[in-house]
Write a protein that binds this ligand. Structure first.
Ligand SMILES: Cc1cc2nc3c(=O)[nH]c(=O)nc-3n(C[C@H](O)[C@H](O)[C@H](O)COP(=O)(O)OP(=O)(O)OC[C@H]3O[C@@H](n4cnc5c(N)ncnc54)[C@H](O)[C@@H]3O)c2cc1C
Length: 401
């Protein structure tokens, strides 16, 4: 019996995207050898709860697991945890590991995700946190138990969620964001302003339009944040939530194209027998013909499956990856959901509900075409707008200004 696909697939990155590749290959009938390499020592776990249920203490770490241990065994893969890929030789098709070992492949999938961006000079400074791994979340949770004054630098998804949780735990919280509103980049002014009001009502002090310049220390511990305009904010703990950067350094010099992620064609193929999936993949969006990289949980799972199918089809028959991005955020009693790409939209219109009720659906448009639908506490109704995003429907919208 012949099995489709290459004889040996290696996946680097043991998280959501990597899991989706491995499961997708097996589900599609691939019976060949799979080596799965991951730097973290844990079985693959889910990151969205890190800034929500794990941070608040509602969940413990065992609930983060993406699958039960037995399910990983059933996949029949050579899973190497605690193994970091440090270099790639694309000619010999080998991966060098930090422990000095080598792993070979016929086909490689890069699913190494991203890591938290840090403020310069804060590495190893006590009291300064980032939020990317389970260890990060547990360390922050422990710090929050002491009810510190927490300064959150960054008003994106992670910063806003952590601020909400910290207030729920009774901490004093200051949120510093360079946008005009928390999550202003993704939500725009109107919805961002509503979200800002919700945070303020819950007692978060918000500094908008403010750049954090430097973390101040006293005896090696964070004691405040200096803003670019010279003002300082006292702090017992600082969470830096200023975005993430793709883990591509280990590919340097290999010939695999890297820039803002692994640069792939529309099918997620980077050449040299290398594919990429998840947060690390920058691919040519078949809709816009522009490179795009998405840091969303659902995207990681969808791309992983798409890569598995494309590997089995082969680069010549591979299909472009095309989907409607989906992301959600939980803050206080708000569930915010976004289909599509709202960032940079030039117009927005609330089509159901209202800002006052804090239950609404808004359509975002670029050059008169729907690019995103955003829902606040209207999950079921929002699904009905997904098709308009997928079709980039023409919409008559009013100016957001
Ligand atoms: C706190 C937080 C909250 C989030 N909340 C949401 C949310 O509400 N909704 C949503 O849609 N998305 C959310 N996300 C984003 C979502 O978690 C990511 O999109 C998803 O984890 C991406 O999966 P991935 O497998 O591509 O990458 P990652 O999850 O980053 O996994 C990459 C893996 O590769 C490993 N790795 C890196 N380099 C190497 C190497 N050289 N060798 C071996 N292994 C390596 C890493 O250690 C990691 O285990 C959140 C993320 C965070 C951090």
């Amino acid at each position: 019996m012949t099995t489709p696909g290459p004889s040996r697939v290696t996946v680097v990155g043991a998280s959501a995207a990597g899991l989706s590749v491995v499961e997708g290959l097996r589900r599609e009938g691939y019976a060949g050898s799979i080596t799965w390499i991951g730097e973290e020592t844990h079985l693959p776990y889910d990151r969205p709860p890190l800034s929500k249920q794990l941070l608040s203490g509602a969940w413990e770490t065992d609930r983060l697991r993406l699958r039960d241990p037995g399910d990983f065994e059933a996949l029949g893969v050579d899973l190497r945890l605690g193994a970091r890929a440090v270099a790639l030789d694309a000619r010999k098709r080998t991966i060098a590991l930090a422990d000095g070992g080598l792993a070979g492949y016929d086909t490689l999938v890069v699913a190494t995700g991203t890591r938290a961006r840090r403020l310069p000079g804060t590495d190893g400074v006590a009291g300064v946190h980032v939020l990317r791994t389970v260890e990060d979340a547990l360390a922050l949770r422990e710090a929050l138990a002491g009810k510190p004054h927490l300064v959150v630098v960054g008003g994106g998804f992670v910063g806003a969620e952590a601020a909400a949780v910290a207030r729920g735990l009774g901490c004093e919280v200051t949120l510093v964001t360079d946008t005009a509103q928390p999550m202003g980049g993704a939500l725009g002014d109107e919805l961002g302003s509503m979200l800002g009001n919700v945070h303020t009502e819950h007692g978060v002090h918000i500094e908008t339009g403010a750049m954090a310049g430097q973390v101040l220390t006293d005896g090696g511990r964070a004691c405040g944040v200096r803003l670019a305009d010279g003002r300082t904010i006292a702090a017992d703990a600082v969470l830096v939530g200023i975005g993430a950067q793709p883990n591509v350094e280990w590919l340097a010099g290999s010939g695999v194209p890297v820039g803002n992620g692994v640069e792939c064609d529309a099918t997620l193929y980077a050449g040299f027998g290398v594919w990429a999936a998840g947060d690390v993949a920058s691919w040519l969006d078949p809709r816009t013909q522009e490179p795009v990289r998405i840091e969303h949980r659902t995207n990681a799972a969808e791309q992983g499956l798409a890569v598995a199918r494309n590997i089995l089809a082969g680069p010549e028959c591979a299909r472009p990856f095309d989907s409607v991005p989906y992301i959600w955020s939980d803050q206080y009693d708000l569930k915010i959901q976004i289909y599509g790409r709202s960032r940079g939209a030039d117009e927005v219109r609330i089509v159901e509900g209202s800002l006052t009720d804090r239950r609404l659906i808004a359509l975002y448009a670029t050059r008169g075409r729907v690019c995103a639908a955003v829902g606040v506490n209207m999950a079921r109704a929002l699904r009905g707008y997904r098709a308009q995003v997928a079709e980039a429907a023409v919409v008559e919208v009013e100016s957001a200004a």
